[in-house]
Every structure is written in structure tokens, then in C-alpha cells.
Design a protein around this ligand. Structure first.
Ligand SMILES: [Zn+2]
Length: 306
């Protein structure tokens, strides 16, 4: 019975007890690009790459439950000075016995006894061990471009909601600025891109039943686009301050994007990264394109931030 000869610590590690009991502390919401972390857990994934968990990290992971903003580009520097690329970075969850990544996570965030963690995916020869202290460095240019894209995405959806507010025939949920939330009710997918975003909206029967006649957008595309761009120009000119309010530094801690727009402060739940002000932005513009979707018309809003 070889297993009986294992010391407690080894036995514990074999059973996954090196897995953390609490969420990863994340510093990217505060804008951090560098940091030092202690390796809590290393395991080999089915494709041979390594999943590495740190107690704290500045690297923004992609969240399979809300995958709008992709992962940061980053490197880890080992105690012996080797710089190892982070090949991917995803949200994972551990129940003390096993680690699950991305879409394989079987529980919702906030489920008791589960820790939600930032999983740094490293090459198989990374040579990193549990207990190592590593330096983490994020690609600042790529982060800045994604932050600009994410901020522009929120502002464009608010401006679109405002532009379409008069078309609604019924009362529906309001957005952060008090306008009917077309964006939330019609959205199909949102993708944050470097320096912009791409929103796909579906204008079908269910939206019509909620009180939005599709022709109010499909029949007025150029006018709606011009109105959205006029609003965005006014907001950019205001140089509004932006901040991320957070209740804790834990990965699943509630965070909100807050922006002091000319018409009042708006606040939206958001786990991404953002600009700290519109003062450095020269323009945000959208382009609206319609096309036939599956069973209903689709409108794509391409947003660019310069
Ligand atoms: Zn967001």
C-alpha cells in the first residue's frame, strides 16, 4: 500500500488540497499592470500546458460566463529570472478537490465552498512550482486598447438607448441613465476589441412584443447612427471622469463602471478594464449595419474609439 507511506502534505496535494479556498485577488480593476504573486497551485491540463494559480494577479482573464473582454497579454518572471509567456488566461473555479476551467465550471459564481480563480495558462516547460514568488507583467499597450474599447462599448450602448427611447410603445427596464434599455433587451453578442467593440442586436418578435417596433431602427438607420454619434461627441467633449467601484479585490467581488456624464453619473455592473477619463479620447463613433439574421433582422453596431 504505497499510498500509506505518503506524508500528509504529499497526500493532501495528490487530492488537490493545494487548491485555494478563496478567490484570487485581482488588481486590474484598479489599473495595475504589474504585481508579485505566490504560486498556489500548478496542474497539467489535458493538452500538456500548465494551469497556474496565484494568490494575486494583475492579469485580466476571459470569463466564459460573460466573455465580452478577452484576456490580457502577460508574462510571469520566475524566481531564477526566466520570463514565461502567459498563453491564455481564463476564469476557473475550484471546490477544494478539483479545478474547472471556463465553460466546464459546474456552478454559478458565489456558490458556497467554491473559489473562483484566475488561471494563467503557461507552456508545459515553464518550470514553475507551488510556493514560487513570481513577477507578473501585463502588456500595457494591449490593455490600454481593450480598456478604450470597453469604455467606448458602454458609452455607445447608452447613447443608442437614448436615441431609441422615443420609439418604445411600452414601459420596459431602464438603463443606467434612465432610458429604455434597448441594448439589454435586444443584445445577441458583445465583443470588446482593441480600440472598439462590436454589438450584435436581434430585432425579432420578442422585442416587438416588449414594445419596440423594429422599423424604428431598421427604417431609420442613418438618422439613428447620426444621433448616437452626436451624443458620443458631446460626452467625449465633456472629458468625463471614469472609475471602477469595487466592494472587494476578490475576483467575484461586485464591481461597477461609473462615469460622470454631463446628464448625470451612470453606473453599470462590469468586470472589465476601462479608461480613467474621456479627456484622453479624441472621438468615439459608431457605424450601424443591418442584415438578415436567423429568423429575425440583425443590426451590428461597430464602435471605434480614437
Ligand atoms: Zn462592461
Amino acid at each position: 500500500m504505497a499510498v500509506l507511506t505518503l506524508r500528509t502534505a504529499e497526500f493532501a496535494t495528490l487530492n488537490g488540497v493545494s487548491l485555494p479556498k478563496t478567490d484570487t485577488a485581482v488588481t486590474y480593476p484598479a489599473g495595475a499592470l504589474t504585481g508579485t504573486g505566490t504560486v498556489q497551485h500548478v496542474e497539467t491540463l489535458s493538452d500538456g500546458r500548465l494551469a497556474v494559480l496565484l494568490d494575486a494577479t494583475p492579469v485580466h482573464p476571459v470569463d466564459a460566463g460573460w466573455p465580452d473582454q478577452g484576456p490580457d497579454r502577460a508574462t510571469l518572471t520566475t524566481p531564477d529570472g526566466r520570463e514565461v509567456p502567459v498563453l491564455d488566461c481564463v476564469v476557473g473555479a475550484a471546490d477544494g478537490a478539483a479545478l474547472f476551467l471556463g465553460t466546464e465550471i459546474p456552478v454559478r459564481k458565489g456558490t458556497g465552498d467554491w473559489a473562483f480563480v484566475v488561471v494563467h495558462v503557461l507552456p508545459e516547460d515553464a518550470g514553475i512550482a507551488e510556493g514560487d514568488r513570481v513577477e507578473v507583467r501585463v502588456d500595457g499597450g494591449h490593455r490600454a486598447a481593450l480598456s478604450a474599447g470597453h469604455t467606448a462599448c458602454h458609452l455607445a450602448s447608452l447613447a443608442l438607448n437614448r436615441q431609441l427611447a422615443g420609439a418604445w410603445k411600452r414601459d420596459v427596464q431602464a438603463d443606467a441613465a434612465g432610458n429604455p434599455n434597448f441594448d439589454a433587451l435586444a443584445i445577441e453578442t458583445t465583443t470588446i476589441l482593441p480600440g472598439g467593440s462590436r454589438d450584435v442586436y436581434r430585432l425579432g418578435k420578442s422585442l416587438r412584443r416588449k414594445g419596440f417596433p423594429p422599423d424604428a431602427l431598421l427604417g431609420e438607420m442613418a438618422a439613428v447612427e447620426a444621433g448616437v454619434n452626436a451624443t458620443l461627441a458631446e460626452w467625449v467633449a465633456s472629458g468625463a471622469e471614469i472609475r471602477i467601484e469595487r466592494e472587494s479585490d476578490l475576483l467575484t467581488g461586485m464591481r461597477r463602471w461609473v462615469c460622470d456624464l454631463p446628464g448625470g453619473t451612470v453606473s453599470i455592473p462590469c468586470g472589465g478594464t476601462h479608461l480613467s477619463s474621456l479627456a484622453a479620447v479624441s472621438g468615439i463613433e459608431v457605424r450601424l449595419v443591418s442584415g438578415p439574421g436567423e429568423g429575425a433582422a440583425e443590426v451590428v453596431m461597430e464602435t471605434r474609439c480614437t
